[in-house]
Design a protein around this ligand. Structure first.
Ligand code: FAD
Length: 409
């Protein structure tokens, strides 16, 4: 008979059952952790991949049971206690326990990875027909609504999720309008210059994009029928999708003693302060040494890397933990195009260094001082990955351009 893995007496508890928790679990067992592991999560599902929720699952080309990362057997074999449908409501640091569904769960080390939830509509209304995207159930509701006749879809916010929903709506042939408060789509993520360029992708595929405008009033009988915009325009609407960003899930930690701001305030090692308590993923606010500033990332790669990093810090012990440095990499799939970005959009200069927007294939470099600080690619994955490595090494601008020149020869 196989000897149990968890013969040790210690216990790591993870609150939040998403990507960060899974990667932390995998890395702990890979690193020889022989204590017990528990994942406490509010959702009834095993950890699953969220990016398809605004892409394939919304389109209907994949189903929710196809986006699970691992099946039951993985958690059994790795001796992970799954507490599904368990919402943590309190952290008791002194007692070293978390309260979930009214029961205390004791830990030696704790990883808080409760993610982020979509911000609500900034206008008060109790009408039906308003959707957001954060979990499987949200996507299934929106998908059903989009299949019900030929609804007119309006999306508030032209960030990544808003743009991906617009892309799905257009490929289903639906009349689609994006209402965006900022002056360009993706402005916060890729900066105004590249945001302006990428806005043409919406027009290419027949989605109407309105910028510098928001929703002033929503009207309808029982469900949304019309929107009054802040510029005075009235637009008909059957489905309103709210894509105005996410807020970290930290409400349950109020009064716990942890420092909270725009996320759980961590040091560079992702420690939330008290020994053995860490945060990772969308919920963590930490000083990223690569950019010399504190940040919170709502991106898949960041959650995976931070989850793994916390596992290594737990294995090393509190005194030997090391800083986490992330390159802020993300991707988005819109209208059949892949957009990728790494680094920081806060630049002195942005230059297209390869290809052209007209060919819908290009690479742009972002310069801060004499350093390559960021890179954006449209349908140009290979060179983006090279730039990502250079950004991580703080490569100077001239050397980065020279290296790219060599690649193209
Ligand atoms: C629709 C959508 C599309 C996306 N597309 C992309 C993309 O194309 N590219 C990209 O880079 N990133 C994308 N992302 C972002 C990426 O999926 C996230 O950054 C990543 O999932 C974060 O992982 P996490 O482990 O921090 O949190 P999550 O995966 O959000 O998991 C957090 C878990 O904690 C649970 N939880 C919350 N509060 C509690 C509590 N009190 N007690 C117990 N459990 C709790 C939640 O229910 C959830 O299950 C997308 C996200 C969404 C929602």
């Amino acid at each position: 008979m196989k000897a149990p893995i968890s013969s040790g007496s210690r216990r790591v508890v993870m609150v939040g059952g998403g990507l960060a928790a899974l990667r932390c679990t995998e890395e702990l067992r890979r690193g020889g952790y022989d204590g017990r592991i528990a994942i406490v999560t509010a959702e009834p599902h095993l950890p699953y991949d969220r990016p398809p929720l605004s892409k394939d699952v919304l389109l209907g080309t994949r189903e929710p049971d196809e986006i699970r990362y691992r099946d039951d057997a993985f958690y059994r074999e790795h001796e992970v206690d799954m507490f599904l449908s368990h919402r943590a409501t309190e952290l008791r640091i002194r007692e070293r326990e978390v309260l979930a569904n009214g029961s205390p769960i004791a830990f030696d080390d704790l990883l808080i990875c409760t993610g982020a939830a979509p911000r609500p509509l900034p206008v008060q209304t109790d009408l039906d027909g308003i959707y957001s995207l954060g979990c499987i159930e949200d996507t299934l509701k929106l998908r059903a609504a989009m299949r019900n006749g030929s609804p007119r879809v309006v999306i508030l916010g032209a960030g990544f999720i808003g743009a991906e929903v617009a892309s799905c709506a257009r490929s289903s042939g639906l009349q689609t309008t994006l209402v965006n408060l900022a002056s360009t789509p993706l402005e916060r993520a890729v900066g105004p210059a590249m945001g302006a360029l990428l806005s043409a992708l919406h027009a290419d595929c027949g989605a109407r994009l309105l910028c510098n405008v928001s929703i002033a009033e929503i009207s309808g009988t029982g469900r949304v029928e019309e929107l009054l915009l802040t510029n005075g325009e009235r637009i008909p609407c059957d489905i309103l999708v709210v894509g105005v960003g996410s807020a970290p899930n930290i409400g349950w930690l109020q009064g716990s003693g942890l420092e909270l701001a725009n996320g759980i305030v961590c040091d560079a090692t992702l420690s939330a302060g008290p020994p053995g308590i860490y945060a990772a993923g969308d919920v963590a606010w930490w000083p990223n040494e690569l950019f010399g500033r504190e940040m919170r990332c709502e991106q898949w790669t960041n959650a995976a890397e931070q989850g793994r990093h916390v596992a290594r810090n737990i294995l090393a012990g509190h005194e030997n933990r090391t800083p986490f440095v992330g390159s802020n990499y993300f991707w988005s799939d819109q209208y059949g195009h892949r957009i990728q970005f790494a680094g920081s959009e806060a630049a002195d200069e942005v230059r297209i260094v390869m290809g052209s927007f007209e060919s819908r294939r290009f690479l742009a470099y972002y310069r801060k001082g004499d350093v390559l600080c960021g890179a954006l690619a449209l349908n140009e994955s290979k060179h983006l990955m090279l730039a990502k490595l250079q950004i991580e090494k703080r490569t100077c601008w001239d050397s980065a351009l020279e290296a790219l020149g060599h690649c193209l020869v």
